[in-house]
Design a protein. Structure first.
Length: 300
């Protein structure tokens, strides 16, 4: 009799478990259908001791991963939409102006000094357009699967000197005082020379185009197992609310930046630094200036 009671209780327990599992499986199926229809916030509840708990938790992880990827996709789509809008304005406007000046010079609408001025304006517009397209090319190249770097051990002090030599005439033309402090001792770093050149060029161009500074300082020094590159200016600075977004795609500060620019330059810098195993931070005080700090590990 006792054995029969035990058997009956076991059967009842088994039936209860089966019913519970079937109910949970139906809930899982309903949840997955809900997720399929776009509700990424759906989760499956289960106690840790239940039979379906591992499956429920695995499905929740998959749903979370799906939602994160979907969110990233939506953000990318929005960024691409903004980029296309910016591209339409920033390319078509100078291109239309460029064609207008060249047509006027070609058709003889202007002559003499005015014609020369028109051609010079067209030349500047063409360079602005090339600069913008170069930034776009760098951006798309960084995001492609085909992007690669030619990493080698180089003396970063010598490489920096060679890069800055080309900037001296530009500093003089734009009436920006410059101070360069590069030690004589070599600092060898595993780096892609072209990538580092793009980083430094973008940072300097950012100062010239957006900071309204009349002084720039660039220095290199050792810091533990790293080389530290400081680039500072005495420009208008960046507001605290903007500072945390400074490396985001298409972000443009309300202050400290003119309307000119793609909003991609500093984002490209941030990505390149990360790909070269370095770090970049920025400090700024409105009305006093901005400092960019780069760190790259020294080669063993």
């Amino acid at each position: 009799m006792i054995a029969l009671s035990v058997a009956f209780a076991s059967v009842c327990g088994a039936v209860f478990i089966v019913r519970r599992v079937k109910k949970q499986l139906l809930e899982m199926s309903d949840a997955l259908e809900d997720v399929k229809n776009g509700n990424g916030n759906r989760r499956i509840l289960s106690e840790t001791h239940e039979l379906v708990a591992p499956l429920a938790y695995a499905i929740n992880d998959i749903i979370l991963s799906y939602e994160n990827r979907l969110s990233a996709y939506r953000q990318t789509e929005e960024t691409n939409r903004q980029l296309m809008t910016s591209l339409s304005h920033d390319v078509r406007t100078p291109l239309t102006t460029l064609i207008g000046y060249l047509d006027a010079a070609h058709k003889g609408i202007v002559d003499g000094k005015e014609r020369d001025d028109y051609i010079e304006t067209a030349r500047r517009k063409a360079h602005d357009l090339k600069e913008y397209i170069d930034v776009l090319f760098d951006w798309f190249k960084l995001g492609s699967n085909e992007f690669s770097m030619n990493i080698s051990v180089v003396d970063l002090t010598e490489l920096t000197r060679n890069i800055l030599i080309d900037w001296i005439p530009i500093f003089e033309d734009t009436q920006i005082d410059f101070t360069v402090d590069i030690p004589e001792q070599p600092f060898r770093v595993r780096i892609d020379p072209d990538g580092y050149m793009r980083i430094l060029n973008n940072l300097i161009q950012n100062v010239i185009s957006h900071s309204h500074a009349d002084k720039i300082e660039i220095s290199l020094s050792g810091q533990g197992g790293n080389i530290k590159i400081l680039l500072s200016d005495n420009g208008v600075g960046i507001d605290k609310k903007d500072l945390k977004h400074i490396f985001e795609r298409l972000y443009k500060c309300d202050k400290g930046r003119s309307e000119k620019g793609s909003g991609l330059g500093l984002s490209i810098v941030h990505q390149l630094v990360a790909k070269l195993n370095g770090t970049i931070t920025v400090e700024s005080t409105p009305g006093e200036g901005t400092v960019f700090i780069l760190l790259f590990p020294l080669a063993e």
